[in-house]
Write a protein that binds this ligand. Structure first.
Ligand SMILES: [Zn+2]
Length: 608
């Protein structure tokens, strides 16, 4: 029996790996440049989903569980089977719901293709139409001094937002119908229960609490408007509050320096990618998906007890020469590298527990990535690693000025997440007959007033790409919950060691949680590394600090990091990195040294 069960689990692993890899390869082609194979992409998705919902495998698992329980032998094998049972239970779909699911997948892929094909533009000062992506126009709104250009970008984004509302409604109705066929009251409930092991109400309550605690800060921002007329116009807010800082900080985060010697801090942190193969596609291109992400075509698996090295791809939309682009690209990169660190260290015997898909928690996966992008943005790291091309270090004065002006906005990012959660809450719980275009547009506008407190309504929520895709819709709460968890983890390290940057303990402790893959729930994983349950308190405390408190804390942390010796060794992430631009190969660290790889990359972006 024992041998039979192991063979069965091995067979499930290899079947899954094959389908997963096929799907991920088509996914990458479709999202990165080529929509000619979208049919095959949809088909591979359907095959994978059908495998996950195969009831014969599920029944066999139940049979083996019963046998093992009767014989009271091998607890490890029993646990593995129980994980399988849970996995299959997440994907069981009644026969009559399958055609609907296939329809949704096809509809969604077609929508994605149409979204990638639209051309967008803004008007410059001479009245010329300039082609630009949504990401680029968002960045221009933050940094361009000419209000007329910012206004044109804002209006253009408003137009893009309206184009796919009908599709969104159609998709929402079908997704709700699908969830109801599975016995859930709506799609959000289905996602909450299957992906977070929570009820949607618990999630909504948490975000309502965050809104109540943070939104009184709007009053202070309104007061600023007395000296900054039209501050609360969406086209002005980002620019008037932070545009100047984006420019002043830009020299310290130039795109030319990305993937440079600063990666030493990664090595110093002790991150080990377990000899993974990584493809990095970092530059913006037309037709490429408008958001960074990290996927793993080959999750960790074991053959005869030996770990098979894994593969990952990640992407962001770097625009060379655009003020602020370097910083955003760096943050995205650290974020995606964080996902990669998580994925590469998942070490469960069953592949289904080593992927980013359910039973993996969205919130837990994002905790891993956001922990690293938050560390990247910390003042201690900036002061140690952010230098201009001339070698000048990031100045503390700039940080202090920034805190004095921008701390007032701290927590607004969470409200922006909460606005998407609220939008999707209402979208999926509204009666079908009331879901009209006007209703959805009004909802987006009303929520922009409530959650951003702008003096002019905006349709920004409708430009969030996640809401149009089945796998990433009803998902945004994950970013918010991750933010809460990562603040707890940060506090833990500050309390215990006094520092995070270049602290090898960080990887040691985080790896304990990463190794567990998705074999445990969020609270259990958090307990494993810091002995706490998820709570909003650490985050709220940070947001409600005074400017003076923030600056004093930063001084203390900086002093602590100064006492930590700078890492002198070579960059070693234990990863085989390929830099690509769509189908073009730029460079890699297998044929070239780390320094040569970066140099080639620098030359490539300048000539492109
Ligand atoms: Zn992420």
């Amino acid at each position: 029996m024992h041998k039979e069960i192991i063979e069965f689990l091995d067979q499930l692993n290899s079947e899954y790996l094959e389908l997963h890899q096929k799907y991920e390869n088509f996914f990458r082609e479709s999202y990165m440049w080529d929509h000619s194979k979208d049919e095959e992409y949809a088909q591979s998705q359907i095959e994978l989903e059908n495998w996950k919902s195969n009831w014969k495998n599920s029944q066999k698992v139940s049979f083996f569980i019963q046998k093992l329980q009767e014989s009271k032998t091998d607890q490890d094998l029993l646990r593995r089977l129980q994980h399988r049972k849970y996995f299959f239970s997440l994907h069981q779909i009644p026969e009559e719901a399958k055609p609907l699911k296939e329809k949704i997948i096809k509809f969604e892929n077609d929508l994605q293709k149409r979204q990638a094909e639209i051309s967008t533009w803004y008007e410059d000062l001479d009245g010329n139409f300039v082609k630009a992506s949504r990401s680029k126009m968002t960045m221009i709104m933050r940094t361009e001094k000419e209000e007329k250009i910012r206004k044109s970008c804002f209006e253009s984004i408003q137009k893009i937002a309206k184009i796919f509302v009908k599709d969104l409604i159609q998709l929402t109705k079908r997704k709700n119908e699908f969830a109801q066929k599975l016995g859930y009251k709506n799609f959000y409930e289905y996602k909450a229960q299957t992906e977070e092991r929570m009820s949607s109400e618990e999630i909504f309550k948490l975000f309502d609490e965050l809104y109540d605690k943070i939104s009184p800060k709007f009053q202070k921002i309104r007061e600023l408007e007395k000296n900054m007329p039209w501050l609360r116009k969406p086209r002005n807010f980002g620019y008037m509050m932070s545009g100047d800082f984006t420019k002043q900080e830009d020299p310290y985060f130039l795109l030319e320096t990305i993937i440079d010697k600063r990666w030493k801090s990664y090595t110093a942190l002790g991150i080990d990618y377990q000899s993974a193969v990584m493809k990095l596609d970092l530059l913006e291109r037309k037709g490429k998906y408008d958001n960074g992400f990290c996927h793993q075509p080959l999750p960790t698996s074991f053959k005869n007890g030996k770990k098979i090295s894994w593969q990952t791809n990640f992407t962001c939309n770097a625009i060379y020469g655009q003020v602020g682009a370097g910083n955003i690209t760096w943050v995205t990169l650290f974020h995606e590298w964080g996902h990669a660190a998580h994925f590469s260290n998942m070490e469960q015997k069953d592949v289904i527990l080593n992927t980013e898909y359910p039973p993996q928690w969205v919130a837990w996966a994002e905790t891993q990535s956001m922990f690293l992008d938050t560390m990247f943005s910390s003042i201690e790291r900036k002061m140690r690693y952010a230098t201009s091309l001339e070698g000048e270090k990031y100045p503390f004065d700039l940080y202090e000025k920034k805190v004095r002006k921008l701390h007032i906005l701290s927590g607004l990012g969470m409200l922006s997440i909460a606005s998407v959660v609220k939008f999707e809450e209402i979208l999926y719980t509204t009666k079908e007959e009331n879901l009209t275009e006007d209703f959805v547009l009004d909802l987006a506008k009303e929520l922009s007033s409530k959650y951003f407190d702008y003096s002019e309504q905006s349709l920004r929520i409708l430009t969030v790409p996640h809401i149009y895709s089945r796998s990433s819709s009803a998902y945004y709460h994950g970013y918010g919950m991750a933010e809460l968890g990562l603040q707890q983890i940060r506090d833990y390290f500050y309390d215990k060691d006094g520092f995070i940057v270049d602290n090898p303990n960080v990887s040691k402790i985080l790896t304990k949680g990463r190794n567990l893959g998705s074999s445990k729930g969020y609270n259990d994983l958090l307990q494993t590394i810091i002995w706490e349950n998820l709570s909003p308190n650490a985050f709220i405390k940070k947001v409600l600090q005074t400017e003076e408190e923030v600056i004093q804390t930063a001084k203390k942390r900086r002093a602590k990091v100064k006492s930590v010796p700078v890492f002198k060794g070579k960059v070693n992430l234990n990863a085989k990195i390929y830099l690509v631009d769509g189908k073009k190969q730029i460079s890699n660290n297998i044929e070239h040294s780390w320094e040569e790889m970066n140099q080639k990359r620098g030359e490539y972006i300048k000539k492109d």
